[in-house]
Design a protein around this ligand. Structure first.
Ligand SMILES: [Zn+2]
Length: 279
């Protein structure tokens, strides 16, 4: 976590390079000497224009927020799905981890948003994932495949073995890719738990790691008010707000959203997608 500041400048610089004016970056052209730079050669052409894409092989930058001199914020919604959550759906202990009322609010109010989707959530809710991907105001980002921990001591989540980390995240990209829409190379660690080993494991994937500077606390909140207070007391220009679309685990996010949006409007803060905030 101490690494954030160091990586932020690099993250912003890389993002500016990757998608500054929304135009494709320069092609990795063969130089006069005849050999392209090895890192670019390894990257498929499509990656160069994908939001959050970085040169595979380099340590992923970690972003906590966007520039503080723009009146914009990114609302991000995590779609967790652990094996334990799948079991609770199967045995009927809960009915849904997809907050459709929240999604409908974002749709009808035309609010840009970025969804960090786990592979297992997309598999559980293919129709909802398709609906998210089909909305031009929404972006899709990666929140791991099974929402397991990438470090020890991470909210009691079962821990991935070091050798499983790269495959877990890569498998999620493969799962999400067929849904199309605005796919990105943004990745958020489950529980935001990461260390240098976890970052190193993701280096081959060419991602940007996104934490956030406003934790809404919506999982397991006992009402909308604490979520509204948490967001509006912390939010600043350039903030990345972390919320959840996981219904049974975050029951009041939809109730909180209208007041959150009104509070942002009062502060002159416009919700935008993550890629717009970081461009
Ligand atoms: Zn999560």
């Amino acid at each position: 976590m101490q690494m954030h500041g160091r990586f932020l400048a690099a993250a912003l610089a890389l993002t500016l390079t990757a998608c500054g004016a929304g135009e494709p970056g320069p092609a990795p052209a063969v130089t006069a000497a005849g050999s392209p730079p090895p890192i670019l050669e390894a990257a498929p052409a499509v990656e160069a224009t994908t939001a959050g894409a970085n040169a595979p092989g380099s340590l992923p930058p970690v972003v906590r927020h966007g520039p503080r001199d723009v009146q914009k914020v990114a609302l991000t919604f995590d779609a967790d799905m652990t094996d334990a959550m799948k079991a609770r759906l199967r045995n009927g202990a809960v009915s849904s981890y997809a907050n459709l009322r929240l999604l409908a609010l974002l749709e009808t109010r035309r609010i840009p948003a970025t969804f960090f989707v786990t592979g297992q959530w997309a598999e559980q809710y293919p129709d909802v994932t398709r609906r998210i991907a089909g909305n031009p105001r929404f972006e899709i980002a990666n929140h791991s495949y099974e929402h397991a921990a990438f470090t020890g001591d991470c909210y009691n989540l079962p821990r991935l073995a070091p050798g499983e980390m790269t495959g877990d995240v890569d498998k999620t990209f493969t799962t999400l890719h067929p849904y199309g829409g605005r796919q990105t190379r943004y990745f958020r660690f489950p529980g935001l738990c990461h260390d240098r080993a976890a970052l190193r494991a993701l280096a081959p994937l060419g991602v940007t790691v996104v934490d956030g500077d406003v934790v809404s606390g919506d999982p397991f909140a006992r009402g909308a008010a604490p979520v509204i207070d948490a967001v509006l007391s912390q939010v600043k220009p350039g903030s990345i707000v972390i919320m959840h679309i996981t219904e049974a685990n975050a029951r009041f996010t939809d109730d909180a959203l209208p007041a959150v949006l009104a509070g942002l409007r009062r502060r002159g803060l416009e919700p935008v997608t993550l890629s717009e905030l970081l461009s």
